[in-house]
Design a protein around this ligand. Sequence first.
Ligand code: T3D
Length: 259
Amino acid sequence: MYETILCEVSEGVAVVTLNRPDKFNAFTERMNKEITDVLKQAQKDESVRCILLTGAGRAFNAGQDLGDVAGGGEVDFGGFLRDRYNPMILQFQKTEKPIIAAVNGVAAGAGMSVALACDIRLASEKASFVNAFVNIGLVPDSGGCYFLPRIVGLGKALELAMTGEKVSAAEALRIGMVNQVYPADTFQEEALAYARKLAALPTRAIGLIKRTMNKGLDMSLEETLNYEAYAQGIAGSTEDHKEGVTAFMEKRAPRFTGR
Ligand code: T3D
């Protein structure tokens, strides 16, 4: 039973809501572990074909709950990250289903890193992003130093990380940090509709696209070509591939099942 998050599955979409609205959904150890667990469960559950991560209340997530850690030199920050945050972030990539961040409000510190670790970012026009680490004398963590330069380019990433300035949803769209921005009053419906569309697509191919593209970032062209051939061998043997080709030949819309 989860205490810090909610999870509801319907029509192929697991909606995971970070649920500490009084604390801007800031992370506690329990929340780190519950997110890791809910992603593992979603990976195993065949009825889940897309995960939509959002926040309760006004914020998406404000990063580490600063009331929950002692400041100064007493915290073993390295151990803290290795134990709590790193397994959670790795689980985002190990989960071979599309993960969408529905950024409803501010995403700060590790909350911004988590949004960046998702495959797609949808933002409410009220959303904002703060690479808050530098404001408290820290380095971007939870994959912030990995994802941010890959998504927005090194120059912009360094600027956001070094200044810790707030980025609006409109600016995030302009620099390619989010994929879509929607009006605040229809945001949750729009995000859910987007997730449902993804959930109806060939889930295994999507999982393989995610794996292959992420691997490709750290491989040579030749290695990537080889990995594409390997991934295509798997995708080509799925029922969804067969259905896609059959539907094309029969001039009808495909009915993908995720198998
Ligand atoms: O040990 C380690 O720290 C290592 C791990 C690092 C991972 C990290 O994530 S480090 C980064 C931690 N996060 C931050 O530094 C962000 C701190 N928060 C802010 O900068 C601002 O609150 C926001 C930019 C997120 C939002 O600003 P604003 O003006 O919209 O709201 P606010 O008034 O500052 O905050 C609203 C409430 O949320 C407020 O509570 P109150 O006064 O109404 O009872 C505030 O204290 C609370 N809140 C916001 N962020 C956090 C938080 N409470 C605990 N922890 C937070 N991170």
